[in-house]
Design a protein around this ligand. Structure first.
Ligand code: C2E
Ligand code: MG
Ligand code: MG
Ligand code: MG
Length: 283
């Protein structure tokens, strides 16, 4: 009996691995054609500045429409990174995001996620310049979001590229702060403009005092280092009240707005510009 059980477990495991590999291969094959077929698009999620009480920034988020479904970046970005496809895809994202932002009213900034793989290219800075120039967008209206894993592949050229971008007026944000292994040492190796506190800290904010203490400490840290802070994943009024009390600069989350299609986001910005302020539900 033990033997047959062992065997079936083995087969189950093997089939599972196979299915996963199969899926990666099909994602890879599809992704190679996705750009030619116009299957990639961007959604835009507005971030609310609490002091300004208006949309201060909008994050561009990649989507892939393929075979009658929309595939999440969580599924395909890792495959795109492994295959190097993230390089042309990321370049398209930069151009598309800057083009879209150039048509918005006011001083709203656009935030673009960059993969560490994009930093390994020699010409990243040139790509950013060309996206800004082509769109006619001021460098100060662009924010680049990078995760902690970027600096793991740390080298002088990465740091030099970040400094060059910052010297142009582009802002650099640390995304998903607190999920990596050495968040604190990264803050020391590079002067970020913004810290985005990962949404895992918001989930239990109202029930766990340790999450509250961590958020409070990160905001204080940001203040003393001259970095602004964004709370990611704000879904409830209670969470908003708490991070507001702690002095967070900006909030992002479904409470204020989910990611929107370009037209809906433009409408939001135009109506906000007309009214002069953002409307956050129930506040
Ligand atoms: P991220 O950069 O941390 O982006 C925020 C993610 O949180 C988005 O997921 C957004 O839809 C989601 N989110 C926002 N507010 C809430 C909320 O209140 N509750 C919950 N549960 N989620 C919320 P999305 O669009 O699925 O993107 C996932 C990740 O994929 C991004 O995380 C980013 O790391 C990556 N990604 C997205 N677009 C790009 C891109 O153009 N290039 C690269 N390299 N990565 C991208
Ligand atoms: Mg991001
Ligand atoms: Mg994030
Ligand atoms: Mg994230």
């Amino acid at each position: 009996k033990a033997k047959s059980e062992g065997r079936s477990t083995y087969h189950f495991f093997e089939t599972g691995m196979d299915a996963e590999l199969q899926q990666r291969r099909s994602i890879e094959a599809g992704l190679r054609l996705a750009m030619q077929r116009d299957e990639l698009r961007l959604m835009f999620q507005p971030l609310l500045g609490l002091k300004e009480n208006r949309v201060t920034c909008v994050e561009a988020l990649l989507r892939w429409d393929h075979d009658d479904r929309t595939i999440s970046p969580v599924e395909f970005v890792p495959v795109a990174e492994e295959t190097g496809l993230i390089v042309p895809i990321g370049e398209w994202v930069l151009h598309e995001a800057c083009r879209t932002a150039a048509s918005w009213p006011g001083e709203v900034r656009i935030a673009v996620n960059l993969s560490p793989v994009q930093f390994r290219q020699k010409n990243l800075v040139a790509q950013v310049k060309s996206a800004l120039l082509e769109a006619g967008l001021e460098p100060t209206r662009l924010e680049l979001e990078i995760t902690e894993s970027l600096l793991l592949t740390d080298n002088e050229s990465t740091i030099a590229a970040l400094h060059e971008l910052r010297g142009m007026g582009v802002r650099i944000s640390m995304d998903d702060f607190g999920t990596g292994y050495s968040s604190l040492s990264y803050l020391r190796s590079f002067p970020f403009d913004k810290i985005k506190i990962d949404r895992s800290f918001m989930r239990d904010l109202t029930t766990r005092t340790d999450s509250q203490a961590i958020i409070k400490a990160v905001i204080g840290l940001g203040q003393s280092l001259g970095m602004s802070t964004t709370a990611e994943g704000i879904e409830t009024e209670e969470q908003l009240v708490m991070v507001r009390e702690q002095g967070v600069s900006e909030v992002q989350g479904f409470l204020f707005s989910p990611p929107l299609k370009p037209k809906a986001l433009a409408n939001l910005l135009h109506s906000e510009a007309a009214k002069g302020q953002a409307s956050l539900k129930a506040s």
